[in-house]
Design a protein around this ligand. Structure first.
Ligand code: FOL
Length: 201
């Protein structure tokens, strides 16, 4: 079966990723990294797919969803509730939004002849489910380590576990180079009161 890349930004050392259904920060450059990494393909005839939980779909501002240039797959246990709630948005974007009730069925739905890479983009429930129940489907974790002096309230965490180890910077650099993005990003960044660095686990 197709493997996936998890992409997430988390506050170290506890790996907090969210608060009250939203990201705990607004980091412009980090969001640009998310957008470019998930959109860019090596093969111009292919697109990437982003698989997300229903609450993550709802957390994305309406003007940005479905995430453009990518096939969006929303996971929900209640397919009919989702379809009726978002029928207009989904109809308008036709092929670019799909719904599924599990990661496995999402992966079966996708036509891998036209999809290059599948990203799991959250949230906490989906990340943790995938890491716990189907870790063999996870190729890599693209994890942005965020740190700050500020006291940030968090109520959503990713359980990275002890089996996932941060790779050498070279691994991240070659991954970016495989997409032609090596000159667009530096590994270590700062913005406002935050520092963040991009890693592969
Ligand atoms: N991974 C990383 N590294 N950073 C994130 O912020 C992140 N966020 C999510 C999942 N993985 C992540 C889920 N949350 C948008 C909003 C929230 C969100 C994911 C995406 C969003 O609106 N994205 C637009 C760009 C918006 C902009 O340019 O400000 C997109 O086109 O990707």
């Amino acid at each position: 079966m197709t493997k996936v890349s998890l992409i997430v930004a988390a506050l170290v050392p506890k790996y907090g990723i969210g608060y009250k259904g939203q990201l705990p920060w607004a980091l412009k450059e980090e969001m640009r990294y998310f957008r470019r990494i998930t959109t860019q393909t090596a093969d111009k005839n292919k697109k990437n797919a982003v698989v997300m939980g229903r609450k993550t779909w709802e957390s994305i501002p309406e003007r940005f969803r479905p995430l453009k240039g990518r096939v969006n797959v929303v996971l929900t246990r209640d397919l009919s509730a989702f379809s009726s709630k978002y029928s207009e948005e989904v109809a308008k974007h036709g092929n670019n939004v799909k719904i599924a009730d599990s990661l496995k069925s999402a992966l079966q739905t996708l036509d891998m002849d036209i999809i290059e890479e599948v990203f799991v983009i959250g949230g906490a429930e989906l990340y943790n489910d995938v890491l716990r129940t189907t870790p063999e489907l996870v190729d890599r974790l693209l994890l942005t380590e965020v740190s700050t002096e500020k006291e940030l309230e968090m109520d959503a965490f990713i359980n990275v576990g002890s089996l996932w180890k941060r790779d050498d910077p070279q691994v991240w650099k070659s991954y970016l180079a495989s997409k032609g993005l090596e000159n667009e990003f530096s590994q270590d960044n700062r913005e406002a009161d935050f520092q963040f660095s991009y890693h592969i686990y």
